[in-house]
Design a protein around this ligand. Structure first.
Ligand code: GLU
Length: 281
C-alpha cells in the first residue's frame, strides 16, 4: 500500500502559523513519497466547533498552497471529509471496545477528575484519572448504555509503550504513570478525540500521522486503541510547536499570527512559507 497522509484540523478558530508549518510539512512528506493526502475536519466538539471556521480553514489551506487528493468532488477540487458525518463508524468502534472489556462507564466530571488528580500532567490536557469508577476486574460491561455517562479505556498499568517518532526518534511512556485511563466517549454522547481519530485514521488507511508535538502523549493512548481493536498502527511524526516572540505556544485565540491576518496584511503565502517552513522541522 502506498503512503497516505492526512491534515486533521479542528474548526475551533482560525489557522495560525503553527498549523501552517505542520500541514506544509505533512504535505511535503506525502509528496516526497508520491502519496495521497486527505483533509478531515475534526468537528466533534459541539461546544467549541463552528461551521464558519470550517469554511475559513478550507479557504486558508488553499491560499497557503495546500492541496488534498480525495473527498467529495467539487468539480476540480475536493471537499474535506467531515468527522461528525462518520458517527456510525465511531459507534461501531465503541461497541467493539465495550464487548472486548477494554472500556468502562465513568460518572466523574472533568472537574471531579482535576480535583482528585491534582494539576494536569505537564503540557498534556488530560489529567491522570484517579480510578474512581474503574471496575476492580477486567471484563466486558454487558448491559450499560452508552448515553448518560462517559466511557474510559483501562490502560495496562506499569506497561511501557514505545514508538519511533519520524521527527524525534524513540519515545516511551509508562501507562498508569505518565498517562491514565482516558476518555473514549463523552457524557454528552459525542465520541472522544482518541476514539474518533483512531477509527478514522484506520478507516481512511492512513500510513503516517504528521501532527503537532502537543499530541505526542496522545499517541501512546492511540497505540493502545489500535492494539485493542486489532488494527495495525500508522507511523507517527510530531512537529515541534511554533512559539511567539515571548516563547509562548501559538493558540487559535491569538489573532496576530493567524493566516487570515497575514493574508489581510498583504503578505504572500510564499513569504510565509519561506519564513516558517523552510529548513524542515
Ligand atoms: N484535530 C486535532 C487538532 O486540531 C488534531 C488531531 C490529530 O492530528 O491527530 O488539534
Amino acid at each position: 500500500m502506498g503512503y497516505r497522509g492526512r491534515l486533521a484540523p479542528s474548526p475551533t478558530g482560525f489557522l495560525h502559523l503553527g498549523h501552517a508549518k505542520t500541514f506544509w510539512h505533512a504535505q511535503e512528506r506525502c509528496r516526497e513519497r508520491t502519496g495521497q493526502l486527505i483533509l478531515r475536519i475534526e468537528d466533534l466538539d459541539p461546544a467549541r466547533c463552528r461551521p464558519e471556521f470550517c469554511d475559513a480553514i478550507v479557504d486558508d489551506l488553499r491560499w497557503f498552497g495546500l492541496r488534498w487528493d480525495e473527498g467529495p468532488d467539487l468539480g476540480g477540487s475536493f471537499a474535506p471529509y467531515v468527522q461528525s458525518e462518520r458517527r456510525g463508524l465511531h459507534v461501531a468502534v465503541w461497541e467493539t471496545l465495550r464487548a472486548g472489556g477494554f472500556i468502562y462507564p465513568c460518572a466523574c466530571s472533568r472537574r471531579d477528575v482535576i480535583e482528585a488528580a491534582g494539576a494536569p500532567h505537564g503540557d498534556d490536557d488530560e489529567p491522570i484519572y484517579p480510578g474512581t469508577c474503574r471496575p476492580k476486574h477486567d471484563g466486558s460491561i454487558a448491559d450499560s448504555q452508552r448515553e448518560g455517562v462517559s466511557w474510559r479505556f483501562r490502560v495496562p498499568d506499569g506497561e511501557t509503550l514505545r514508538f519511533l517518532d519520524g521527527n524525534s526518534g524513540a519515545q516511551n511512556a509508562v501507562a498508569g504513570r505518565e498517562f491514565g485511563d482516558f476518555l473514549v466517549w463523552r457524557k454528552d454522547d459525542v465520541p472522544a478525540y482518541q476514539l474518533a481519530v483512531v477509527a478514522d485514521d484506520h478507516a481512511m488507511e492512513i500510513t503516517e500521522v504528521v501532527r503537532g508535538a502537543d499530541l505526542l502523549r496522545s499517541t501512546f493512548r492511540q497505540l493502545l486503541l489500535y492494539r485493542a481493536l486489532g488494527f495495525a498502527a500508522p507511523a507517527f511524526c510530531h512537529a515541534p510547536l511554533v512559539t511567539d516572540a515571548s516563547g509562548k505556544r501559538l493558540a487559535k485565540r491569538d489573532a496576530a499570527l493567524a493566516l487570515r491576518t497575514l493574508r489581510a496584511e498583504g503578505i504572500s503565502p510564499e513569504a510565509v512559507r519561506t519564513q516558517t517552513c523552510s529548513g524542515g522541522l
